[in-house]
Design a protein around this ligand. Structure first.
Ligand code: 5CA
Ligand code: ZN
Length: 479
């Protein structure tokens, strides 16, 4: 396995902002706070990430759709808990030209209340269920916390939201499990480690019965919520009176779920694998898999360039996404720096000496190690390197996170760890909300919730009330 690299020497937030703009991913200088521009290279990364999500959802029986951006206030207000939570975060459209609107419109902060009125018209009988829809759109939230590029936007320019409808509670429960599995697959494919926690009741999505969340650990020791799955029960169905005719002829309200991954799903990949030299992209999402850089020498320019062209087209024919960097105005060193910053997984250098020996020099972006390889075998080398990089990126990120998940059974230990942002801390907990609240205050950190997917029995006593623990609960500093 590759040697574990030092993560960051810069402050993480600063690293992230800098790398986004320097690598041509997102320009955050648009004159509206919380809005940014997905630049050409970033857009290609974004597309590759979204293709994975689309593939997973499509194969699991979801249909992609596109619903309107504007929500009449009357719709938004229909589910009480939902409107209470979101109305203060909405951007409002109040005028059409010079005319004041009779009913103002919200720019969607999310789309339950956009979709619900349509479901009411579309769903008639059990034969129409289940219905699984998704869309990839921008949503708007007037965030009051500090905005950050991609991570906390006011115009969330990448928001994948799925909405499903079911005939029974059991079926919607089952869908929650499926959604969690799909998201696990997604983060596994891009090599991002996570913990999955059932959020405490006070931190669930507004209008949901409960929320299951994916959190990742950032290099500064703070967690970032990178995806959520909500069981909405019949709350929205009742608020919008969405019913279907059951097999026995009776009318019943449908059961719904929703789950979302935003641009944070892309940020997560950049954060999990990046280093001081820039981003490091897993081949599956890299717009360019391999860059070929000529390292010419006086009198040998022609031959070196020709060899580079040959290698590049051979790789292209084999299906790799290839860049041949024959820019005259840059030194090879400048080019190395340029492509490292952009996270291209593999670099191939060819100089006069390589030519003489019939080899190429291959450099892995994740380890920056150089190896020589027979020029004739360059295609199979690429295949090996690409799968090694994919495997090592994931394994390194995982071991890095695992070392930072602590299981402790005293409040003072938890406090000390959290104070120095050591990572995610798990402590025994009795399961009572009140103890969860007190714990948050006592350690001055965020309660992520408890792991729902373990059958492990927990020894010990709740750190707050001293009663027998039923589970562990996770706490961390959070974004
Ligand atoms: N309708 C549901 C399911 S899509 C919903 O809106 N859920 S959510 O509020 O939890 O948002 C889904 C995900 O979007 C969150 O898990 C979080 O990772 C991400 N997200 C939330 N707010 C922002 C924001 N301001 N900028 C970027 N991502 C965000
Ligand atoms: Zn307790």
């Amino acid at each position: 396995m590759a040697v574990k690299r030092q993560k960051w020497s810069k402050e993480f937030g600063e690293w992230f902002r800098d790398v986004l703009i320097n690598a041509g991913i997102m320009d955050y200088r648009y004159p509206i706070k919380g809005s940014g521009v997905w630049m050409p290279y970033g857009f290609k990364i974004r597309k590759n990430v979204l293709d994975i999500l689309r593939y997973l959802l499509d194969t699991a029986g979801h249909d992609e759709t596109l619903f309107p951006l504007l929500i009449p206030e009357t719709s938004l207000a229909q589910e009480a808990a939902h409107v209470k939570s979101f109305e203060g975060e909405c951007f409002w459209v109040t005028h059409g030209g010079y005319d004041k609107l009779k009913v103002r419109y919200a720019l969607r902060p999310t789309s339950e209340t956009v979709i619900a009125p349509m479901l009411k018209m579309w769903i008639r009988s059990h034969a129409d269920l289940p219905m699984k829809l998704y869309q990839i759109v921008n949503v708007f939230r007037h965030e009051t916390k500090a905005t950050r590029p991609i991570i906390r936007m006011r115009e969330v320019a990448t928001f994948k939201e799925a909405h499903t409808c079911h005939a029974t509670s059991e079926e919607s429960e089952q869908q929650i499990q499926t959604a969690v599995e799909l998201y696990k697959m997604f983060f596994d494919i891009v090599g991002v480690p996570y913990v999955v926690s059932k959020r405490p009741d006070w931190d669930k999505f507004a209008g949901a019965l409960y929320t299951i969340a994916f959190d990742m650990l950032c290099p500064d020791g703070r967690v970032l919520q990178i995806g959520t799955v909500h069981n909405l029960g019949q709350n929205f169905a009742k608020a919008f009176d969405i019913t279907f005719e059951n097999k026995d002829g009776s009318q019943e309200h449908i059961w719904t779920t929703s789950y979302g991954i935003s641009g944070r799903g892309i940020a997560a990949v950049l954060i999990a694998h990046g280093d001081d030299n820039g981003v490091v992209l897993p081949p599956i999402i890299a717009p360019i898999h391999v860059v070929v850089v000529p390292v010419p020498y006086k009198g040998k320019e022609e031959q070196v360039n020709e060899a580079c062209k040959t290698v590049a087209s051979k790789l292209e024919d084999a299906g790799f996404r290839v860049a041949l960097d024959s820019r005259k105005e840059l030194t090879p060193g400048n080019k190395f720096y340029y492509w490292e910053l952009r996270g291209v997984p593999i670099r191939i250098e060819i100089g006069p000496r390589d030519l003489e020996n019939g080899v190429v020099t291959i450099v892995r972006r994740d380890t920056l190690k150089k190896q020589t390889w027979k020029m004739d075998d360059v295609v199979s080398a690429m295949q090996t390197f690409a799968s090694d990089i994919t495997r090592d990126l994931k394994a390194n990120a995982e071991s890095w996170m695992k070392e930072r998940v602590y299981r402790v059974d005293s409040l003072s230990e938890a406090k000390t760890l959290l104070k120095r942002k050591a990572g995610i801390v798990e402590v025994p907990w009795c399961g009572k909300d009140t103890c969860g609240h007190s714990l948050e205050e006592a350690v001055d950190a965020r309660l992520l919730g408890f792991p729902e997917d373990t059958t492990e029995t927990v020894d010990g006593e709740c750190l707050v009330c001293g009663e027998k623990a039923t589970n562990v609960v996770r706490v961390a500093q959070a974004y």
